[in-house]
Design a protein around this ligand. Structure first.
Ligand SMILES: Nc1nc2c(ncn2[C@@H]2O[C@H](COP(=O)(O)OP(=O)(O)OP(=O)(O)O)[C@@H](O)[C@H]2O)c(=O)[nH]1
Ligand SMILES: [Mg+2]
Length: 296
């Protein structure tokens, strides 16, 4: 959900990097963070395990500059790719304006990519975001490896449609900025055309708990009340060169905005903690009922 602060003429957009485990989402953010040409970044905050697997999410705010009189800030997030962190993925997607789907180009990763893309669409719908309208960019990552599918092969099974596709080797930084630029451009196109990304139809029925599945099961997803915004982007009249969002002069250091980033981060962390507590309670209940069945 685009946040618009009319008093200081500023819009804040949320972009989420999504994809299967180890596809390179965190690497994308690290390369952006380490790129001196991309100025005016806040701190990158990562919550990961000892082996660098993302546990909750990575977060990094950036100022993109002043575009047609509007200051544009972006909050970058990654989700944890491991299948059992589904509740966290759903939370991080809340209010997203754009998604970069990072696919791992290795042929052996086809199934994981397909599953993750399906999971993205399910979680967007559960957040009442229309997967066909949200700004979506595909990044085909790990192009440096020898055992990768061709772009045509990947298009054939991922069906990106009209969404931009960017080839990348994030580990070397290749394609990272191009992906970010494409995603920001798509979000700004949506803003300019007043696209309402709200999903109005009811999302698919939430998955039910199946105790004998060999992976940790997320708690059944709750139904989310539709958040209907009368004029979601009505206040914004952005006229930009969507191809060059980074070339415009940036106005730096706005303590109020930094506070907003921290609040967003805290909000996300609190929601994650609450979701994990609920998931733990559900798991305990399931555990107890399975024990009871075994005894009986
Ligand atoms: N060869 C190659 N390795 C990459 C590339 N991008 C990332 N990697 C490596 O892949 C591994 C996983 O990268 P991460 O960025 O942590 O993956 P992730 O998607 O954040 O993983 P989760 O947090 O578990 O979902 C690391 O060892 C990276 O160095 C790439 O373009 N090429
Ligand atoms: Mg990660």
């Amino acid at each position: 959900m685009v946040l618009i602060n009319k008093a200081i003429n500023e819009v804040t957009i949320k972009l989420v990097y999504y994809g299967p485990g180890l596809c390179g989402k965190t690497t994308n953010l690290e390369k952006i963070y380490g790129n001196p040409k991309l100025e005016n970044k806040g701190k990158m905050i990562s919550m990961s395990t000892e082996t660098d697997r993302t546990l909750f999410f990575d977060f990094m705010p950036m100022e993109l500059g002043t575009i047609a009189g509007q200051k544009v800030r972006v909050q970058l997030y990654t989700v944890p790719g491991q299948v059992f962190y589904d509740a966290t993925r759903k939370l991080v997607l809340r209010g997203a304006d754009g998604v970069v789907f990072v696919a791992d180009s290795q042929s052996s990763m086809r199934e994981s990519n397909t599953e993750s893309l399906e999971n993205l669409k399910t979680n967007l719908r559960l957040n009442r975001i229309d997967p066909d309208k949200v700004a979506l960019v595909f990044q085909y990552n790990k192009r440096d490896l020898p055992n990768v599918d061709s772009v045509e092969q990947m298009n054939a099974y991922l069906h990106p449609g009209n969404a931009p596709v960017v080839e990348a080797a994030a580990i070397n930084g290749a394609g990272v900025t191009a992906t970010l630029r494409a995603a920001v451009a798509r979000i700004i196109e949506n803003l300019k055309s007043n696209v309402d990304t709200t999903l109005y139809e009811a999302p698919a029925a939430p998955p039910t708990f199946t105790p004998n599945v060999g992976r940790a099961s997320a708690r059944p997803a709750e139904q989310i009340e539709p958040q209907v915004d009368e004029a979601p982007f009505g206040a914004v009249a952005v006229e930009v060169e969507p191809d060059n969002p980074f070339e415009l002069a940036a106005e730096v250091h706005n303590p109020a905005a930094e506070r907003g980033d921290l609040e967003a981060l805290l909000d996300g962390a609190t929601a994650v903690v609450r979701a994990l507590e609920e998931a733990l309670e559900t798991a305990r209940r399931n555990e107890a009922s399975l024990r009871a069945r075994l005894k009986g």
